[in-house]
Design a protein around this ligand. Structure first.
Ligand SMILES: Nc1ncnc2c1ncn2[C@@H]1O[C@H](COP(=O)(O)OP(=O)(O)OP(=O)(O)O)[C@@H](O)[C@H]1O
Ligand SMILES: [Mg+2]
Length: 539
């Protein structure tokens, strides 16, 4: 007797959804069985989050139906979705900063005893779900005191605390460490074993191979194909997502400055396409041998407030891409914050382009030509209610002025359109509100904002977080072109592949100190990891 397919817990049929100027979903089908882990894949803006918001009752489809247990469902509110056992972990964190962890977990369904808020139950039950996700903080901790990775775990704990039958995770691991990710995978496997269904969205294809029973791919708001368990391979996923082959992971071309240092000969810098070259300031067509070795960013005995016991000294040269590696909590983000004037340095000296600088605020850093693309774009980098154009022009406001305090709208518009084109930002226009962009496209706006400022020093904190495979390549090429035009780049990444592929040199941090540096020829996963875990610290 043929085996019947397992009954579907939830099914979306022929779902369509439009936004002004955007066809987000067109006749999309998606079914999930009980106890099945389905990975939903697609490029930035393909429609994944929109489809999930429809399943979770946050958005209504223009047409098409959603069925739960085979019955048509009228999801008219989040409450009705929760009543059906559907819980969504948002891509962009949705916690209330000023409330504590416990209050966030129980938000909107606070238990009461004798008419009074039952804090004991909140504390006890929050502590239990926090333990499940491996987060060691008290439920009384204010959310705003937690780093973003821990906030993400609170969001996951919150979803687990509702006894869900379908758990939707929209990029849950984008700011988790490797260890936290493994704990989360165990949680997902336990849920599956208990018959809970999971829809899992991630741009990290390795995770999907490890976790998914089936892969469903969206492209431009339509179903692009499916892969069964045995067919889930990196290249097949990419082909369905992008509709073409992406041959190989991007690798940095040998850095001209490094090559010159090796040979000691002055050479003309290879210049990239004209428009990219013009992004950087000052544009470099050719340069002298010594100019290539010029340190643009130089820290001497710098002490950050986060790790006051350590002194950090390093240089980043003109045209160089330096990777900053280390485990989560090693102090990389804290270092970038000091370099950008968000936090004051406790001690030490900083030079930018040969001038001693003291940054009391990011405005000082911007004036000196330093830009930071931060890790947490929603909190630190974007004003969601403003348009793409306004966000992009924020960083370089003074450059768009045609008189004191008067902005040149034409210049603003041209810069924004240029960034939309170069970064391939998917939007109907530069006047779209940033809140309405997909997660990955918001990240590209953050990049565009700082690139349009033409920085001398570009600090990037996890620049490809939440970015799809194709767009990652574009960002790598852009970093490459900026470096070739003379920008000094320091970037933090938790993806070793990215650090190894893109760096001329790697600085490794361990518990707040620089535990070593590796030249490009010395790079290996093992060498980085042993420095990152403090196995062989330098004196
Ligand atoms: N509220 C909205 N108003 C207008 N456009 C929207 C809105 N929400 C989403 N969109 C658009 O719909 C399209 C699909 O967006 P969606 O967020 O579903 O993409 P995604 O697949 O989740 O991408 P990512 O991987 O970047 O998160 C995008 O073009 C996006 O800009
Ligand atoms: Mg999304």
């Amino acid at each position: 007797m043929p085996l019947l397919p397992p009954p579907l817990l939830i099914e979306a049929r022929n779902v369509c959804k439009r936004f002004p100027g955007v066809r987000a979903l067109h006749n999309v089908d998606l079914g999930v069985s009980r106890g099945e882990v389905v990975a939903l894949l697609g490029e930035n803006g393909a429609g994944k989050s929109t489809l999930m918001k429809i399943l979770a009752g946050i958005l209504r489809p223009d047409s098409g139906r959603v069925f739960v247990d085979g019955r048509p469902l009228h999801l008219d509110s989040v409450r009705s979705a929760v009543a059906c056992g559907i819980a969504l972990i948002h891509q962009e964190l949705n916690l209330l900063d000023n409330l504590d962890v416990g209050a966030n977990i129980f938000l909107g369904r606070e238990p009461h005893r004798l008419g009074v808020l039952d804090r004991r139950t909140i504390r006890r039950e929050s502590a239990a779900v926090l333990q499940v996700v491996g987060l060691d903080v008290s439920p009384a901790t204010l959310v705003r005191h937690l780093p973003i990775g821990k906030q993400q775990l609170v969001e996951i704990a919150k979803a687990l605390s509702v006894q869900a039958r379908l758990l939707i995770m929209d990029e849950p691991t984008s700011s988790l460490s490797a260890k936290e990710t493994q704990t989360l995978f165990q949680v997902v496997r336990d849920l599956r074993a208990r018959g809970v269904s999971v829809i899992y969205i991630s741009h990290r294809l390795g995770e999907i191979r490890e976790l998914a029973d089936r892969v469903v791919v969206l492209r431009d708001g339509e179903n692009a194909g499916e892969l069964q368990r045995g067919e889930i391979e990196h290249d097949r996923m990419v082909r369905l997502m992008v509709g073409r082959e992406i041959s190989q992971f991007y690798r940095r071309r040998p850095h001209p400055a490094a090559a010159r240092e090796e040979t000691g000969q002055a050479r003309r810098l290879v210049t990239p396409a004209k428009d990219l070259r013009e992004l950087a300031s000052p544009p470099v067509l050719s340069c002298q041998c010594h100019a290539a070795r010029e340190p643009v960013l130089e820290a001497a005995e710098l002490v950050t407030p986060a790790h006051p016991a350590h002194r950090l000294s390093f240089r980043v040269h003109r045209g160089e891409i330096v990777g900053l590696a280390g485990l989560v909590g090693a102090g990389r983000t804290e270092l970038l914050r000091v370099l950008f004037g968000v936090d004051p340095a406790v001690a030490g000296q900083l030079h930018v382009a040969g001038h001693a600088v003291t940054f009391r605020s990011p405005a000082d850093a911007i004036r000196a030509g330093v830009a930071l693309v931060p890790e947490d774009r929603k909190q630190q980098a974007l004003i969601l209610e403003m348009t793409i154009q306004q966000n992009i022009s924020l960083a370089g406001l003074s450059r768009h002025c045609i008189g004191p305090g008067i902005l040149s709208p034409r210049h603003e518009r041209e810069t924004a359109n240029e960034m939309i084109r170069q970064l391939n930002i998917r939007t109907p226009s530069a006047l779209q509100t940033v809140r309405h962009l997909s997660g990955g496209n918001q990240q590209k706006v953050v990049l565009g904002k700082w690139l349009s400022m033409r920085p001398r020093v570009l600090l990037l904190d996890e620049p490809t977080r939440g970015i799809d495979v194709g767009a990652k390549e574009e960002i790598y090429e852009l970093m490459e072109a900026l470096a070739e035009s003379g920008v000094a780049i320091l970037f933090v990444s938790s993806e070793l592949e990215e650090i190894m592929g893109m760096s001329d040199r790697v600085l490794v941090m361990h518990e707040g100190c620089l535990s070593g540096q590796l030249a490009r020829a010395e790079l290996s996963e093992q060498a980085i990891m042993s420095l990152a875990t403090g196995a062989s610290p330098l004196p």
